[in-house]
Design a protein around this ligand. Sequence first.
Ligand code: 5AD
Ligand code: SF4
Length: 477
Amino acid sequence: MTESLAGAPARMRRLFVRTWGCQMNVYDSARMADVLAPLGYAPAEAPEGADMVILNTCHIREKAAEKVFSELGRLRALKERRAAEGGRMVIAVAGCVAQAEGAEITARAPWVDIVLGPQTYHRLPEMVARAARAAGAVVETDFPVEDKFDHLPEQAAPQGATAFLTVQEGCDKFCSFCVVPYTRGAEFSRPAAAVIAEARRLVAQGAREITLLGQNVNAWHGEAPDGAGEWRLGRLLRALAEIPGLARLRYTTSHPRDVDAELVAAHRDLPGLMPFLHLPVQSGSDRILRAMNRGHTAADYLRLVERLRAARPDLALSSDFIVGHPGETEADFRATLDLVRAVGFAQAFSFKYSARPGTPAAAAPHQVPEPAKEARLAELQALLREQQQAFNRSRVGMGFDVLFTGPGRHPGQIVGRSPWLQPVHVRGPAALIGRVAPVTVLAAHPNSLSAALRDQHEAAAETTRHPNPEEEERISA
Ligand code: 5AD
Ligand code: SF4
């Protein structure tokens, strides 16, 4: 039985968390479950009958808030049913929609008990206690100066073979279109010692791969473990690469302006730093990049890609694109297509520009009409799809290591990730889950690869680790 904070046994309660958006939110959801565990909250599979429901929201693109309100509508009915049965369901809205909308949420959905921004998760137990007493809702969306990381419990639930570790939050870049600097606040980096300690814990719990997370992860700059000076991300990656048992490192999401020589050198020197980089460029037009306040040109980006590929020749790139930013002409859009052709992406995400209230671009003149945005997006996505498929096809016949993360869709199958993050399906023993093993690729599919284990016998003899069917999503920058 679980202990309450005061040491007395706590009643078992059920917690349902629904997560939208990026890996940062997935990580935050896990940490919210961690802080509530000492109060007796155990994970529930569905909101029906739960004592507490947290909607961990994302605000990066349009309709996010609408989706949250429609989910809140459904929860209202469940909450009423639970009340009729003599129980109580506490409803909390967390994440970036909570940060952006604040008390608006409880004004529109008065059955919500708690609204909390991303910087206040460590105070969740206190908010739950206050909500239980309060008649009205608890709204906590300020940016407290205290470091939430210092207040979150150290013993997080194990994440499995592929783990995520937030090293940085917030952003000071103020891209014209983006809400992150307003919802997540100013850039904040955790000290190197705290990151290394958490990484060691994750590895002790079975992690073979760690992905460092941050809205602008390569802006990370932390106090060196010995207190002498400051490290940047390249140095941190070097230190993490030395942790015994940690086979793979990744980081996401990066901004082109914050890729320094030390980071490029890390890609050259660290075999465990995976040769796949998500490096959003957003547009290939210098005029639009300037309007977006990105602080780099298309040529800067191409030069950077060249330097990275010189350092690590098998490096593949992924990116984010926005079409139809205010002022974007047909010629600007053609420049984006040119950049895509010049780089050749292994994968990419592309979006129609959507105005986020309060951002400079939302108030800019020359908004692009919807049909033009749609046509541009379709054209860009066709090109990106072609490149992704060409990249996947180029892996056929190749041999490389796969980190197996879970059972496959069919019996006797297991699935893992290639160095370039593609899901790789093989016929193989479940004993390989949580392990790295070499494969040869047999066939390419639009979003995945089929492969054969190279040395099944030897690989299967290794120890089993925790399975973790992995789901990859990228976050901003
Ligand atoms: N409209 C469309 N796409 C956006 N993104 C961020 N803000 C907006 C917006 N207002 C995209 C960017 C970013 C990704 C996470 O979401 O491409 O890199
Ligand atoms: Fe920061 Fe990325 Fe948003 Fe730009 S797009 S403001 S870099 S989070």
